[in-house]
Design a protein around this ligand. Structure first.
Ligand SMILES: Cc1cc2nc3c(=O)[nH]c(=O)nc-3n(C[C@H](O)[C@H](O)[C@H](O)COP(=O)(O)O)c2cc1C
Length: 195
């Protein structure tokens, strides 16, 4: 099949739907961020890229802390609202129930099944967006999101963002175990290397 070339701004596919929180003038503000990624495993470091016009920048720069909250599908309307309106125009501090962790200035959302509390360690400025690199100092969840001692993605029910459709989806079916099912592949295209 012939490959079609897309706009290079098609980025990664799909994207996560996260709510990034920061305190501005002592009040929590949240915005939707799809540009969120893992940068390092040990210590755990993540990045969030935020358009320089957004209100949330002020709080991250002010406190050098922020949070990344993973909303579940039943929070889709409130989540999208935080991506539609700016904290510069509307006070979003009462949209969710807020709580704070050990850093004291990174507001987190009680209703989200997963909360990452981050300390800003680096800032990378690009033309339009600023990438905030944060060390994850704490991760919070609740007992009800576990099955057999492990976080259960079906219970967390995260929202997947389909960029091209500008749409939200739920995660789909279980396929198999990672670092496991690949062992069953013994194809003719595999050429063993001699050492
Ligand atoms: C699905 C979705 C994903 C978004 N992803 C990002 C993103 O990755 N980076 C960004 O700067 N803005 C993103 N936005 C836009 C901001 O969330 C939006 O402009 C928000 O209202 C800014 O809020 P603030 O001014 O209170 O910070 C996204 C919005 C939606 C709906």
């Amino acid at each position: 099949m012939k490959k079609l070339e897309l706009d290079v701004r098609s980025f990664l596919y799909p994207m996560p739907t996260t709510l990034v929180g920061a305190n501005i003038d002592g009040k929590p503000n949240y915005l939707v961020i799809a540009f969120c990624g893992i940068v390092n495993a040990h210590p755990p470091i993540i990045s969030v890229s935020i358009n320089q016009s957004h209100y949330t920048n002020i709080g991250i720069i002010e406190n050098k802390t922020f949070s990344v909250n993973i909303p579940s599908a039943d929070m889709a309307i409130k989540t999208d609202y935080c991506g539609l309106v700016s904290g510069g125009e509307v006070d979003k501090s009462a949209v969710f129930t807020n709580f704070y962790g050990k850093l004291g200035t990174a507001p987190m959302i009680q209703e989200c099944p997963l909360n990452l509390e981050c300390r800003l360690i680096q800032t990378l400025e690009f033309d339009v967006d600023t990438a905030y690199i944060g060390e994850v100092v704490s991760v919070y969840t609740e007992e009800r999101y576990f099955t057999d001692g492990r976080l259960d993605i079906k219970k967390i029910d995260p929202i997947v963002f389909a960029t091209h459709e500008r749409a939200y989806y739920r995660i789909g079916d279980y396929i198999g175990q990672a670092w496991n099912i690949g062992a069953a592949f013994e194809g003719k295209d595999v050429i063993k290397k001699k050492r």
